[in-house]
Design a protein around this ligand. Structure first.
Ligand code: TNX
Length: 714
């Protein structure tokens, strides 16, 4: 049967062409062929010696936008899409052959066949993601051979539905989009201080009293678990304990310690720690885990374990008695005790546990998965101790962080988490691990905490497109990862999201100074960038940026905006970025600065020559014609090159010197002009003779204050 299907595709053998189709995550290997493309049409048959479930679901997906209902047929039909089992392929991997005469999908397992269909969807025109019938589109797929397999087994996304609740419809949308990008773990943070969101039949008070922001009934959970399973996504439920438990404690009296300690957690929440010495607490968790195990067929339950405020345990008679009983030395031992008991409960119900990296304080069984969130380092510690590890470091993976300085809502404790920052996550970066330990780094995950995420628009703004970057980190072989290439594929990916009406964050454009030219790298392939240089706010009707040259004066007023495929606008970006000058080999002679220009705040003229590149002179008024700033060297210095950067360190067209001469003096009295300023910097090559002084001589009134940075001298 397999041979028959191969006959169909063997007809067209053609040469490889250059461009790679815009698939995210980038497949392990793609050969695009020059032969005729495949076109879906009414006579297309599904040929299913294997994976008929996957084929049937794929056909249903195609039917909505195309109106074509694919039938099941015999292997010899022309124009067939064949599904074939190939046991030698890796788990989750697939081989895909598209030729004008037919398509063959080979995989060793259902997940692999499903992944191949996700690739096919991305190879089709973006209109294939329309949610209603589309006419006038040729449903063609380029001739291509793709061999693909996941790099990491756990490619996760975590959503916190406790701080703000998101209903089943939103969850289904995210599961669908996750699957489209081959993410396979949905980690559902179901409880926290602000809410308990999963119905527990035996303890209805949990959701009645602590699910007031919204919760899922068991029926809804079952449906979502099935929906995820059809998309080869495993759901990992999390009940966060013993910290982050204010909601549970409010619903079930007595969970907390008997003492009066009301100290606050890192999140500023009081009374949110389970009493470790109270036996009824484990009975409650036993009930909860029993129902979780019924609801969620996946192998894992996440027990939380993060950010535990241990203070309340210190004056709780029960916790103190337990400590004495067991001979524990400090509250950390109580935390271990709790986490160990909960892990035992999970095991009793046939589940392994996952815990945030704080669980490493204890001695959990090595089957417990450790999720490294504070950085990747605890992940390495965990791997050394024998734990499987999922890397989710805040600085790369926390989608609740702001993405750029323009963002108005979000956390900031892990810094800005830009698209390229997510993309840059490399779990093996600084391991120093043995090969066996490295094997344990089996996953990566992005997390969205929702303290500041109050509605669906905000949710999608935070997730997309950054989750695409994480999807590629999780799937694509490291050698095939390249951010510039990823960015070029992002354009079509955003078109797909637009088709689904996803209000993703439109990436802004940033102008950069390179070789004294303003360049704007498109934030995604085909980005429509609009700009102004007259101070007006740019919009879709402003001139289109197409690699023009801007003179320095225009560059100072540059404002850009990106128009998304769905017409929405990005944040407006101003200014031109440049990396700080390369100071390697610069001289640092002793010098003083003379100027009559007043200094702003703590800045001082001598900070120009303190040779600390981060400090600078900042005037407290606009530059005026006739102003001078003179650098006098203690001893004449032989110079071949001088460069004086002005303006902000990374944004040199802000508060920069615009119209001035750079002058050099040999005798300290007479000055000659050697250069002017462009984009905030003056540069001159000199003849190597000794120089006594340098001067910035301002020629015209400026419309900003002035910043002068440390000169570069060689
Ligand atoms: C830390 S990550 C937390 C969450 C917060 C998040 C905000 C983790 C295990 N705990 O409770 O929502 O920071 O970024």
């Amino acid at each position: 049967m397999r041979a028959a299907i191969f006959c169909i595709v063997a007809l067209t053998i053609a040469s490889t062409s250059a461009a790679e189709p815009a698939i995210i995550p980038r497949p392990a290997s793609v050969r695009e062929l020059a032969g005729a493309p495949y076109t879906l049409h009414r006579e297309t048959m599904l040929v299913v010696p294997a994976f008929s479930n996957v084929a049937a679901r794929f056909a249903a997906e195609l039917e909505t936008p195309t109106g074509i209902r694919l039938g099941f047929g015999k292997p010899t039909e022309a124009g067939a899409i064949g599904f074939v089992r190939a046991d030698n392929l890796p788990a989750g991997g697939y081989r895909l052959n598209v030729r004008g005469a037919g398509i063959v999908i080979e995989a060793a397992d259902e997940a692999g066949a499903f992944h191949a269909t996700r690739t096919l969807l991305q190879l089709l025109p973006p209109a294939i993601f329309a949610t209603t019938r589309v006419t006038g589109v040729a449903w063609t797929i380029p001739a291509v051979t793709i061999e693909d397999a996941p790099r990491f087994a756990w490619r996760g996304f975590m959503l916190d539905v406790s701080r703000h609740f998101f209903g089943p419809e939103e969850i289904r949308r995210q599961l669908d989009l996750m699957a489209l990008h081959k993410l396979n773990i949905f980690h559902w943070h179901l409880s926290d201080d602000q809410g308990w969101t999963v119905e527990i039949r035996k303890h209805p008070e949990l959701t009645q009293k602590a699910g007031t922001r919204g919760f899922y009934t068991q029926q809804q959970i079952r449906e979502l678990v099935a929906y995820a399973a059809e998309r080869h996504i495993t759901i990992v439920p999390e009940i966060d304990a013993p910290g982050h438990s204010r909601a549970a404690a409010m619903a079930v009296p007595g969970i907390l310690c008997a003492g009066t300690n009301d100290s606050k957690s890192v999140q500023g929440v009081a009374g949110n720690v389970w009493c470790v010495g109270r036996e009824e607490n484990y009975a409650l968790l036993d009930d909860v885990y029993a129902e979780l195990a019924e609801l969620f067929p996946g192998p894992w339950i996440h027990l939380g374990g993060d950010e535990v405020n241990r203070n309340a345990w210190k004056d709780c008679p029960r916790c103190q008695a337990l400590m004495r009983d067991k001979g524990y030395k400090d509250p950390g031992d109580l935390q271990n005790h709790f986490v160990g008991r909960v892990a035992d409960l999970a095991r009793k119900h046939g589940r392994s546990v996952v815990g945030w990296n704080e669980v490493l304080h204890g001695h959990l069984a090595t089957s417990a998965v450790v999720m490294a969130w504070t950085s990747i380092d605890p992940g390495y510690t965990a791997a050394r101790r024998g734990h499987p590890v999922v890397m989710a470091p805040g600085g790369n993976c926390y989608l609740d962080m702001k993405e750029s300085r323009h963002d108005t809502f979000g956390h900031w404790w892990a810094g800005l988490v830009s698209l390229d920052k997510v993309y840059a996550l490399e779990p093996f970066d600084r391991t120093g691990l043995t090969a066996a330990e490295q094997q344990r780094l089996f996953g990566v995950q992005a997390c969205l905490w929702t303290e500041y995420v109050t509605n669906s628009a905000a949710l999608n703004y935070k997730i997309w497109p950054r989750l695409l970057a994480l999807a590629e980190v999780g799937w694509t072989p490291q050698a095939r990862r390249d951010f510039v290439d990823f960015r070029s594929r992002l354009g079509p990916a955003l078109q797909r999201l637009s088709q689904r009406g996803v209000p993703y964050r439109v990436p802004e454009a940033s102008a950069k100074l390179a070789a004294n030219q303003v360049v704007i790298e498109p934030p995604f392939g085909g980005a429509d960038i609009r700009f102004t240089t007259d101070g007006a706010t740019p919009d879709a009707s402003s001139p289109k940026w197409s690699d023009q040259t801007l003179d320095p004066a225009a560059a100072r007023k540059l404002k850009t905006v990106v128009v998304a495929p769905d017409g929405r606008l990005s944040h407006v970006n101003t200014g031109v970025e440049a990396p700080p000058a390369d100071r390697a080999g610069t001289l640092t002679p002793s010098a003083t600065v003379e100027t009559a220009v007043p200094a702003y705040g703590d800045s001082k003229p001598d900070q120009i020559v303190d040779w600390k590149p981060k400090t600078f002179f900042w005037s407290s008024r606009k530059g005026q014609a006739g102003d001078t700033i003179t650098i006098r060297f203690a001893q004449p210095v032989a110079l071949k090159h001088v460069e004086i950067p002005t303006g902000k360190l990374n944004s040199p067209t802000e508060d920069c010197v615009v119209d001035a001469d750079l002058q050099v003096s040999r005798d300290g009295t007479n000055f000659e002009t050697v250069a002017g300023f462009a984009y905030g910097t003056a540069r001159a090559d000199l003849d190597g003779r000794p120089v006594s002084a340098l001067r910035i001589a301002i020629k015209a009134d400026h419309d900003t204050w002035l910043i002068v940075q440390d000169p570069l001298l060689r």
